[in-house]
Ligand binder design. Structure first.
Ligand SMILES: O=C(O)CCC(=O)C(=O)O
Ligand SMILES: [Fe+2]
Length: 370
């Protein structure tokens, strides 16, 4: 791909002051080389054009006690198949009111619309431990980003649970954006219930006791949220919003932008674009659940691409076992014909490897294979 004319020279890029992506997008200045993918062709022919290849849709209302036995069994079978083949599905019938989805989406947008000086009050700074990613930030602002190709996005990362782990200095108050904390609290309570329903149904779909995964995840699970902000980008063909990665937790519940596409998932050696489905929540399996399910459920590579016209916002809720726990395949899934695929690992060690690999688009679970 011809990149002439859009690249600033390396010397310029090296001396340029660090900037949030939003600033770069607004200034209209030359695209710094640090954002350019070596394997360009981001939106090119690797992306499937097969319209029948579409992320499965699961109706969560059919998994709950109100549904008939037949409905439940049918939906659970779909859930198992989606989790095994795609590692991702659109959840409808989830019971979270549309008004709450609208509110949390709007406060996400409002946060990124605040003047930079205000957002910088929550700028991430280095904290020791596994939670060193809290606060408002951007790839380019991080220290020691080395040779890594940078993502075209700014973010706000917050630990939500356990409550004592919240670093409130990174939380915007309730005055700006209006009701920020109140809305995030309400949304995290409702998504937590949805998480429980899905984790139980997933265990049951494999013939396990419904708490088989939740018990192993422990009662001190970490809930972590990321607000992603992807401004328009001058060269979507060369720049990713978020480079290919797998998520690390059990599952991720993502509220994708209801109007602007951008998420792609890797399936059968191709990238498949995930359509906007207003009102649905996207559920993505992470490395932890791939390990716990002994590889039956897949943690798929996925990425966010950019576009020249419209800003895109998404919000992910990630559920991790506490870093003092250990993780391994659920014992009932292992027998002579289904040998153990992953060894037992300390979550703390797993996370250290996961974050190191994340930036390179590698998945974290490979190292834990038996
Ligand atoms: O913005 C998206 O659609 C994807 C976000 C994502 O994959 C993540 O935050 O881990
Ligand atoms: Fe992700």
């Amino acid at each position: 791909m011809d990149t002439e004319g859009v690249l600033s020279s390396p010397s310029q890029a090296e001396t340029a002051p660090l900037k949030y992506v939003q600033q770069l997008a607004i200034s209209g200045e030359e695209l710094p080389t640090k954002y350019i993918q070596k394997d360009a062709n981001v939106n090119g022919n690797q992306v499937s054009t097969d319209e029948s290849l579409s992320v499965p849709v699961i109706d969560v209302s059919r998994l709950t006690t109100n549904a008939s036995i037949e409905e439940k069994e049918e939906e659970m079978e779909k859930l198992k198949s989606a989790s095994n083949s795609w590692g991702m599905f659109q959840a409808i019938g989830h019971g979270i009111p549309q008004t709450l989805l609208d509110d949390i989406y709007n406060i996400s947008k409002q946060f990124f619309d605040l003047p930079l000086e205000e957002k910088q009050r929550y700028a991430s700074s280095k904290i020791d431990g596994v939670f060193d990613l809290q606060g408002f930030g951007s790839d380019s602002i991080k220290e020691n980003n080395g040779d890594r190709v940078l993502d075209w996005s700014d973010y706000l990362n917050l630990v939500i649970a356990p409550a004592e782990e919240r670093a409130l200095q990174y939380w915007p108050g309730d005055d700006s954006p209006l009701n920020f904390r109140k809305t995030l609290d309400e949304y995290s309570v409702q998504t937590r219930s949805l998480y429980d329903i899905i984790m139980k149904a997933m265990a049951k779909s494999l013939g396990l006791e419904e708490n088989a995964f939740l018990n192993q995840l422990g009662d001190q699970q970490i809930v972590y949220t990321t607000f992603n902000f992807y401004p328009p980008c001058p060269r979507p063909d060369l720049v990713y919003g978020l480079k290919a990665h797998t998520d690390g937790g059990a599952i991720t519940i993502l509220l994708p932008d209801p109007e602007v596409r951008g998420l792609q998932v890797h399936k059968d050696d191709q990238w498949v674009s995930v359509p906007c489905m207003p009102g649905a929540l996207l559920v993505n399996i992470g490395d932890t659940l791939q390990v716990m399910s002994n590889g039956i459920f897949k943690s798929p590579l996925h990425r966010a691409v950019t576009n020249t016209e419209r800003t895109r916002v998404s919000l992910g809720m990630f559920y991790f076992p506490h870093h003092d726990e250990e993780m391994e395949p659920v014992a009932a899934l292992i027998d002579d014909s289904n040998p153990r695929k992953y060894k037992k690992v300390k979550v703390k060690e797993f996370l250290a490897v996961y974050y190191k690999n994340y930036s390179q688009g590698k998945s974290g679970y490979d190292w834990a294979s038996v």
